[in-house]
Structures are given as C-alpha cells and as structure tokens.
Design a protein around this ligand. Structure first.
Ligand code: CA
Ligand code: CA
Ligand code: CA
Length: 218
C-alpha cells in the first residue's frame, strides 16, 4: 500500500509541474474581423457586398452590409468595421452568409461578438449554425442597450472535417438588425498532463475510499 501511495503522489506532482509549465492556451485557427477595406460606393461609410466578403459567401438576400466606424450609431466591437445581415434594399433585406473551414480532429471554441442595432428584439435577431451536425440552428437577439456580447460554443471533432459556419438575419425584414464582429474559431488543446492529473486524482479518490472502508471494517 505504501508503494502505491508514493507512486500516486509522484504522478500528481509531475502533472502539476507540467500544467504550470505549459498552460493550455487556445490557438486561433479562423478569424474574421470584417476589416477588409470596402469600396464605399455609397460614399457615406457603408456598403452592401455580394457575392463574397472576407471569405463569406452570400447565401440569401441582397448581401453583407459592412459599416465603418459608428455608422448606425454603434462602434464596432473591434477595429473600424462591423457587419449587419439585415442588409439594405427593402423589403427583402434579410441576408445570409456562409464560410467553410477545414479542421483537424480536436476540441474547438467557436465565438463571435453580437450587438442588437435597435430597441426591438423582434428585428435584431441573428441565426447561426455549424454544418454538418456540429451546431444546430441557434438564435441570438438583444437590444442596443445590452452592449456587445460574446457568444461562444465548444465543440469536438472526432476526425478531420470541413465545417461550414452559417449566419442569417432573423426577424423583421426592415434593413435594421443585429451586428456581428470578430467571428473566431480557436483550438482548445487538452494537454496529456490534464488527463494524467485527472487519472491521478481519480486514483487518490479510489485509494481514499478503500482506506475509509478498511478503517470501518477494522
Ligand atoms: Ca471589426
Ligand atoms: Ca441594414
Ligand atoms: Ca430586422
């Protein structure tokens, strides 16, 4: 029994050192901040782009509305540009976009910044999903006064896969909707040390239970 205790203690100590030496830092594998310069054909700080902007393909509606600075009354979450998918050219302004990324097997965090443009949650919605089978259709909505919020989902791929991110304007088709910025996918490494650490803790727990039982029966 003494040998087993020493062995477990050693394993825990090694694991703790490994975690301290190599923190599990996320690596960005995809990023779109919508900062690609626009032609600004409207000459007032915004444009509707179709069929492609920063790798995003327009899949429905008139296009991706890119806004500079505080057009629409709100600054971008980061940088100088944000986008709106309830685009322009009423009455069919709600638009959608998609982009595919090749990912290796692993665990990832998908995130983006969202802000509702108006005071009406029924017109500010943005739907999103990740094909195929990674993330079902999900809706985010809010109002301007909520401020920018970061939406985040963790997912794991058992094998390498091409995934497709989809975003679409949801709600009243009225040229005003939700803002998007900083769409990102980060690899979340699970270092072997964490697994070893977990196994060691599990082993100690098992040992503790064994000891308790032994004491009770003694
Ligand atoms: Ca931006
Ligand atoms: Ca718009
Ligand atoms: Ca709308």
């Amino acid at each position: 029994m003494l040998n087993r205790v020493k062995l477990l203690a050693a394993a825990v100590s090694v694991s703790v050192c490994a975690i301290a030496a190599t923190p599990a830092s996320a690596t960005t594998v995809f990023f779109s901040g919508f900062e690609t310069p626009i032609a600004d054909t409207n000459n007032n700080g915004w444009d509707v782009i179709n069929p492609l902007f920063e790798g995003w393909a327009v899949t429905a509606g008139p296009g991706i509305e890119v806004q500079k600075g505080n057009i629409g009354g709100a600054n971008p979450y980061a940088g100088n540009q944000k986008i709106e998918l309830d685009s322009d050219f009423a009455p069919d302004s709600n638009s959608a976009m998609a982009q595919s990324v090749n990912l290796a097997a692993g665990t990832y965090e998908f995130s983006f910044a969202y802000l509702g443009r108006t005071g009406d949650v029924n017109t500010n919605g943005i739907g999103y999903s990740i094909d195929t089978g990674v993330l079902a259709d999900t809706l985010v909505t809010g109002v301007r006064s909520d401020g920018w919020e970061i939406i985040s989902h963790i997912f794991t791929l058992d094998t390498a896969q091409t995934i497709t991110m989809n975003f679409w304007a949801s709600g009243t088709d009225d040229t005003r909707g939700g803002y998007l910025d900083n769409v990102q996918i980060s690899a979340v490494p699970l270092p072997p040390a964490v697994l070893l650490f977990g196994a060691a803790l599990g082993g100690l727990g098992w040992l503790g239970r064994r000891r308790k039982k032994a004491a009770l029966t003694a």
